[in-house]
Design a protein around this ligand. Structure first.
Ligand SMILES: [Zn+2]
Length: 266
């Protein structure tokens, strides 16, 4: 609530919520709990700051005891199709709580179409989907995973996240997500994947979001803290490069700093 209030006061248009529940289980049932952490936070923020857009990240990995993004089969692999139903349930619960947009980050095959159909069936036809379409298996998620306590307890997410070497697959996935009903597609991370941002921008008719992830943020913060970089100049240059590459929307942990700097200049 405090963070959201600060963001709203600075003129930041939207916040993206990730849940860190008190309890985790095998299925990640906290994700679709109507009294879950994201549902409660969404209601509270929309009550206090109706103009601030609340986007709900949709995945199970913050809620599962094993830290994977879906239900595990006996062989330890994620069961794609079983996971789709749980994601749809979660999307409906988040939208009913007042989320302005649902952002599936799980990378299961077919999830955008599945979630779209479930939202429509529930009368939530106006709730847009922001798809994490090109989410790479990246080393740059490290600081976030520590904060969200969501690192997988065994194995990794390479089975369902993208190979950093495979640019064509990223573009293909974005096109598929738009065909399935995504209203906005996302590339994540941003700075090591600016070429992907541009290629996706050129390939789809919908807005493209780029996620400037925690490791990208931490690198600049650490370098600035050590006196190697001027923080403000480096941040503005990095974010400008993301926009130049074609991102219509930038998701960044630098948001409050940047909003403050830009405001002071006016
Ligand atoms: Zn996940």
């Amino acid at each position: 609530m405090r963070e959201a209030g600060e963001a709203a006061a600075l003129g930041i248009p939207a916040v993206l919520l990730f849940g860190v529940p008190a309890d985790k289980d095998e299925e990640g049932s906290g994700a679709w709990d109507d009294e879950g952490i994201v549902q409660l936070a969404t209601r509270a923020i929309k009550d206090a700051h109706p103009e601030l857009l609340v986007i709900a990240d949709l995945c199970l990995c913050e809620y599962t005891s094993h830290g994977h993004c879906g239900v595990l089969r006996d062989d330890g692999q994620v069961d794609n199709d079983q996971t789709l139903d749980l994601l749809a349930r979660t999307a409906i619960s988040q939208a009913r709580a007042g989320a302005d947009a649902i952002a599936p980050s799980d990378m299961m095959d077919g999830r955008v179409g599945h979630i779209r159909a479930a939202l429509d069936d529930d009368g939530l036809t106006e709730t847009p989907i922001i798809a994490y379409s090109a989410k790479f298996a990246s080393a740059f998620y490290g600081p976030f995973r520590d904060a969200a306590e969501s690192a997988p307890s065994h194995g990794d997410r390479r089975g369902y996240q993208m190979d950093p070497a495979n640019g064509r697959e990223a573009v293909r996935e974005a096109v598929i997500d738009v065909d399935e009903g995504a209203d906005i597609v996302m590339v994540k991370p941003a700075l090591p994947y600016l070429d992907i941002v541009r290629r996706v921008r050129d390939a789809v008719p919908v807005p493209v979001a780029a996620y400037n992830v925690s490791g990208e943020y931490a690198m600049i913060k650490a370098a600035a803290g050590a006196g190697y970089l001027d923080e403000r100049t480096a941040v503005l240059e990095a974010l400008t490069s993301i926009r130049r590459a074609g991102a219509d929307i930038v998701i960044t942990y630098h948001a409050k700093d940047v909003a403050g700097w830009l405001r002071a200049e006016q």
